[in-house]
Design a protein around this ligand. Structure first.
Ligand code: C2E
Ligand code: CA
Ligand code: CA
Length: 690
């Protein structure tokens, strides 16, 4: 047997190369895992080349380190083949560890392939010596070298797979793993070498025409180092680039999140804004469509926020809003949405088990707001008006739902605030307009927007004017001239009718005084009294004052009270009417025939006039019943000694008929429309001329 020896420096170098190659391989495996698209294949190809070359050159340097007493050379073809085998094995290994999942059997099978590949490379490399006679391998050591190759491959595959992802200390762990793998590869090589026995008299067949010479080891070493260095450098640079890109992507994502937060949230309170709310409502509706169930939408408006804001300034107002938002938000489930959609307007979206649960939620919200808020050393008291809609039921889409919740909220507000209202169809969206109108009405008196129009009354037989009925008009700055039916109801509901009524009395008396001064001594001015005015304790006084202020004889003023008003609380009415009668004013029962007068009672009323309701006059020609009623009223009036007035006279035939029935005076569009005082006089003049 020829005994071989090793050049220790080359052995060391081969170990270093093995470790370096292992490190490169692990690094590249990590690279492949994070790469996408074509880069995966580029890294895999390049990686296979670098790693294959590395392992192969470790083996080749190991061979070069081996010295036999005879000269050695290497067959070019077989050497190249061993290199190819190394590259292919490396490529296979890299492909394997870049798979998303790696099971134990896969590792086993892969290790078998790879180990066999490495062994193949080694023994092909040995075969390149072309020894004659052939190398005599020790079966046990040969088997051991195979086992080491497979075992090392299994370890390498597993480590490479686990180390793909960036973990803390990845470089250190990778370095340690590379040392382990390098030692294993070197171990395999030298076990394989130990298995080889060269019989005495062996001759190296590759000496002629093969590779040989002292420069070979350096050439291989340098090329290998160059390849590995390029691979490693590229990998490191790319990793840097990637981490920078990742950093950039991270900050972009963050910026994006901040932008989304800004676009979908209210900056003051951080609550979702209208846009996000709309989205959540859509989602909630979709969920109901899919899974059933229901939800409630609550429109929460703060009562008394504006005064706080005005008194303490925006800064305190803002803090108060924040405090309200925080308190409301703090008592909700995470799946509920509380949004701020306007100054002091919030909307709450709550999923419900049953629709009845909405009461509890609304009650809680109202109570939460009613507790005082401590803001900037002030104890501030607010309340909330909440309008509730339920879905399904109160709307088809989010706009309708919100509109209806808003209407319900206004209902809650007008019902006295600090409470909630469930939407029902009677609260259409007019509610908001009504509230606006109410605000305008409050200012109307102060801004002098009321006017009195006058409609003439005529003596039925002589056709001469005997006075006028004063009818209220409101010159609304935006909506133009408004008729009483638009605002009297509102004025009555809010009590505003009292000051407005006083103004009417004063103005009507002033006008009548002018007419008196112009010589119309027998005229009377009629003023309508609403039920509210009639029940108001100050009525008699304000009538007396209006008369006195304008030096108007009491009997020049007719007060018109509807039959319904006069009959409501008969005894109380009687007292008021008696006192008015005592000061000498003329009294008229308006809209007569529409109420339920008892004859007994009518007899005791100190009235002077009955005004037949327009409705009877209108249908006079077509409806014989109405004709019968009108003649009955006339007869009744005459029996009680009352003047009979018919209003709503629109045609000549009505005029004739009513005159023949015995009405004393007539009023209606036929004879004159309600107009301003100037037009009134002009109209009368034209009537006389024409
Ligand atoms: P009313 O006391 O029955 O007043 C008569 C209403 O009939 C007036 O409507 C008048 O314009 C209208 N009218 C007059 N002639 C005709 C006609 O030939 N055909 C028809 N279709 N209508 C005619 P207006 O001015 O809109 O007033 C409506 C109601 O508002 C009044 O009914 C009265 O109850 C109330 N009102 C008007 N002014 C005042 C006021 O100053 N104070 C109070 N409390 N109520 C007032
Ligand atoms: Ca009237
Ligand atoms: Ca009337």
């Amino acid at each position: 047997m020829l005994t071989g020896s090793y050049s220790s420096s080359l052995v060391l170098i081969s170990l270093c190369v093995a470790i370096l190659a292992s490190y490169t391989a692990l690094d590249l495996a990590g690279r492949i895992a994070t790469a996408t698209g074509r880069a995966v294949y580029l890294w895999m190809g390049g990686g296979a080349l670098a790693m294959g070359t590395g392992i192969w050159s470790m083996h080749f340097i190991g061979m070069l380190a081996f010295e036999l007493p005879i000269e050695l050379g290497y067959d070019l073809g077989l050497t190249a083949l061993s290199l190819l085998i190394a590259v292919l094995s490396a490529g296979f290994a890299l492909w394997l560890v870049s798979q998303p999942r790696l099971s134990c059997p896969q590792v086993g099978l892969g290790a078998l392939f790879m180990g066999t590949g490495i062994a193949c490379m080694h023994y092909t490399g040995m075969a390149a010596l072309q020894m004659l006679p052939g190398i005599d391998y020790d079966p046990a050591l040969f088997g051991a070298s195979l086992a080491i190759a497979v075992g090392a491959s299994a370890a390498a595959l597993w480590i490479a797979f686990r180390l793909r992802r960036q973990t803390p200390y990845v470089r250190q762990i990778r370095g340690a793993a590379a040392v382990l793998m390098g030692v294993a590869i070197v171990g395999m090589h030298y076990t394989g070498m130990a298995a080889a026995n060269f019989p005495v008299g062996s001759y190296c067949g590759a000496l002629v025409g093969g590779l040989s010479g002292d420069w070979l080891d350096y050439a291989v070493l340098i090329t290998t180092l160059a390849v590995l260095a390029v691979a490693l450098l590229t990998s490191v640079l790319d990793a840097r680039l990637e981490s920078r890109t990742a950093e950039l992507a991270r900050s972009l994502t963050q910026a994006n999140q901040e932008l989304t937060q800004l676009a979908l949230h209210d900056t003051l309170t951080g609550l979702p804004n209208r846009t996000l709310l709309a989205d959540r409502i859509e989602q909630a509706m979709a969920k109901v469509a899919e899974q059933g169930g229901c939800f409630a939408l609550m429109f929460i408006d703060l009562d008394g926020f504006k005064p706080v804001n005005d008194a303490f300034g925006h800064h305190v107002g803002d803090q108060l809003l924040k405090a309200v938002a925080a308190r409301l938000r703090g008592h909700l489930h995470s799946q509920d949405t509380l949004a701020r959609i306007g100054g002091d307007e919030f909307v709450l979206l709550v999923e419900l088990q049953e629709t009845d649960d909405a009461v509890g939620v609304a009650d809680k919200q109202v109570n939460l707001v009613a507790r005082p808020f401590r803001v900037a050393d002030h104890d501030l008291q607010l309340s909330a008006s909440v309008g509730i809609v339920l879905y399904p039921g109160n709307g088809q889409d989010q706009h309708e739902l919100l509109r209806n919740a808003d209407a319900a909220m206004y209902h809650a507000k007008s019902a006295g605030k600090n409470g909630y209202s469930f939407f029902d169809t009677s609260m259409n969206s007019n509610a908001r307009q009504q509230l606006q109108l109410l605000q305008d009405l409050r200012a109307a008196l102060e801004h002098g927007q009321f006017r009195l129009y006058y409609q003439p009354k005529f003596d039925a037989h002589r056709c001469t004017p005997i006075g006028a009925e004063a009818l209220l008009r409101w010159e609304h700055p935006q909506q133009g001239m408004l008729l009483p039916d638009r605002f009297i109801g509102l004025a009555e509901k809010t009590g505003l009718i009292i000051p407005i009524g006083e103004w009417v009395l004063g103005e009507a008396c002033r006008q009548m005084r002018l007419w008196l001064d112009q010589g119309h001594e027998h005229w009377r001015i009629a003023v309508n009294l609403s039920a509210i005015q009639f029940c108001h304790s100050g009525l008699v006084d304000s009538v007396a004052r209006a008369l006195a202020d304008n030096r108007l004889p009491a009997n020049r003023l007719t007060l018109e009270i509807t039959e319904t008003t006069a009959m409501r609380d008969a005894d109380a009415s009687l007292t008021v009417l008696q006192r008015l009668s005592d000061i000498g004013v003329d009294l008229s029962i308006d809209d007569f025939g529409t109420g339920y007068s008892s004859l007994m009672y009518l007899k005791r009323l100190p009235a002077n006039e009955l005004k037949i309701d327009r409705g009877f006059v209108r249908d006079l020609e077509h409806d014989s019943d109405d004709a019968a009623i009108v003649s009955a009223i006339v007869a009744l009036g005459q029996a009680l000694g009352l003047r009979i007035v018919a209003e709503g006279v629109e045609t000549d035939r009505q005029q004739d008929f009513l005159t023949r029935l015995g009405c004393d005076s007539l009023q209606g569009y036929l004879l004159g429309q309600p107009v301003s005082a100037e037009q009134f006089m002009q109209g009368l003049k034209q009537g006389e001329e024409g």
